[in-house]
Ligand binder design. Structure first.
Ligand code: ADP
Ligand code: ASP
Ligand code: MG
Length: 438
């Protein structure tokens, strides 16, 4: 059971979480994120330290500390647990105050970012103890590891976790940190923003869990981005492939990598709402359920690159050479479209854009469009349902579409538009594909 930042972000929410985890007697591992807003605050503190702005960082650390002091005061009722929590705060805020005095490094940045999950889990365990709910805290830094390419070490996580769990055979409630891990150098690292979902599914796979529940502040995966479109509704079932596409193409409710462990180890994932625990939410499993369009997601900060060359005409090996440039700079490609004399593709990581362009210019003329958005229409067998593509284009007749990806898989149609048209595009598609009102 994974609970996100908003699910633990207020004392009364922790009360709800405690209720949810004791509802059934089965053994469970509770994966917690940092309290909402904490990782953002820590990112800012770290950013200020990197810029040498220690005074601002100090103010931010003090504000955060005051917030946590008031949080534990509201959460805990007995002196014993309040004092225990005060000690935890002292330990972590002392660390943050010490780093103000030492020189900044990337390793230190990761240490700072880890404080949120370390705090939330320790405070939550004190709270469970106060409520006489027997529990064991499993430090994620003892088992969650990534290799030198940043990939989780699935085999080792499984072995380490089962060794730890063997020591606590009588216990049924375990608590651990999402997001944080150790890297190949043994340093504290993380699974990138939103990574607690990924921690939960890796853990579920490692222990052979019967289900991975992701508890958040909304009743499941919605058919469109609820932050942008007014009338959205939860999707009751998704296949692993559909959910992975939606997560990768911008549905913030799930970390982009959190579905592959479920697919690999074959356990279902449920998206559930802490504030509305009886809502059915979304079930994600191997079977897709009904056919047709299920949801739309959008991914921003996309760069489109077009390489135009008459040398492509009737030539073979051209695409390989183009792709090799992206491989050299470890830059993944999302969308590709080709004509006989040009190829257009998109990337979301433009760290090496200048080098990439320089090398591509050896093959032909290169055009770059930044600030693009990929809108993905996802569902079951949608490329076989003949009216979907017609509906998309009729609906979007007034919006300039830069690229279309159709037929790459049966469950995704992606279009590339300029970011400034994103809101309008999502709203129009909500009406055109789901018949939903504005
Ligand atoms: P948590 O802190 O629990 O991990 P997140 O903020 O990471 O929660 O994810 C939940 C949020 O994702 C929702 O509040 C919603 O605004 C956003 N979201 C974006 N796209 C979707 C979607 N298609 N369905 C549901 N939620 C979405
Ligand atoms: N606390 C981390 C973040 O805000 C991880 C997570 O919430 O999943 O990104
Ligand atoms: Mg999240």
């Amino acid at each position: 059971m994974k609970f996100g930042g908003t699910s633990v972000g207020k004392p009364e929410r922790m009360f709800e979480v405690a209720k949810l985890i004791t509802k059934e007697t089965e053994s469970k591992i509770i994966v917690l994120s940092a309290l909402s807003g904490t990782t953002n605050a820590l990112t800012e503190i770290s950013g200020n330290l990197a810029k040498g702005e220690r005074l601002t960082a100090k103010h931010q650390i003090d504000t955060l500390e005051r917030y946590y002091q008031s949080f534990i005061r509201q959460l805990l009722k007995t002196d014993e647990s309040f004092n225990a929590a005060k000690e935890i705060l002292a330990e972590h805020f002392e660390f943050l105050n010490i780093i103000l005095k030492i020189s900044f490094s990337e390793a230190l940045n990761k240490d700072i970012l880890a404080q949120g999950e370390l705090l939330s889990t320790k405070i939550f365990c004190i709270y469970l103890n106060e409520k006489n709910i027997k529990n064991v805290l499993l430090p994620a830094l003892d088992f969650m590891t990534i290799d030198s390419s940043g990939e989780p070490q699935v085999g080792s996580i499984k072995v380490k976790l089962s060794q730890i769990l063997k020591k606590h055979k009588d216990n049924t409630v375990f608590v651990t940190q999402g997001y944080i891990c150790r890297n190949s150098k043994g340093e504290v690292d993380n699974l990138k923003r939103g990574g607690s979902d990924y921690s939960a599914s890796l853990i579920a796979g490692a222990i052979g869990a019967s289900v991975c529940e992701i508890w958040t502040d909304i009743d499941g995966m919605h058919n469109n981005d609820p932050r942008i479109v007014k009338n959205t509704r939860p999707v009751s079932r998704l296949s692993f492939d559909e959910a992975a596409e939606l997560a990768y193409f911008g549905a913030k409710i799930l970390h982009p990598a959190s579905i592959w462990p479920a697919q690999y180890f074959n356990f279902p994932v449920r998206l559930l709402n802490t504030m509305q625990p009886d809502a059915p939410g979304t079930l994600i499993e191997s079977e897709a359920g009904s056919e047709g369009v299920k949801a739309i997601a959008a991914k921003d900060f996309i760069t489109a690159i077009k390489i135009k060359s008459s040398r492509m005409l009737l030539a073979y090996g051209f695409l390989r050479k183009v792709f090799e440039v992206f491989e050299k700079y470890q830059t993944p490609i999302d969308m590709v479209t080709t004509s006989e004399v040009a190829v257009s593709l998109t990337i979301d990581n433009d760290n090496y854009l200048r080098d990439i362009i320089k090398e591509l210019e050896l093959f032909g003329t290169v055009e770059v469009d930044t600030d693009q958005t990929i809108v993905s229409i996802v569902g079951n067998k949608i490329t076989k349902t003949k009216d979907v593509i017609a509906k998309i284009f009729t609906t979007l007749s007034g919006i300039p579409v830069r690229m279309v990806s159709y037929g790459g898989s049966q469950h995704n149609i992606s279009i590339l538009i300029s970011r400034e048209n994103k809101e309008k595009t999502l709203q129009l598609l909500n009406k055109g594909l789901f018949d939903m009102k504005d």
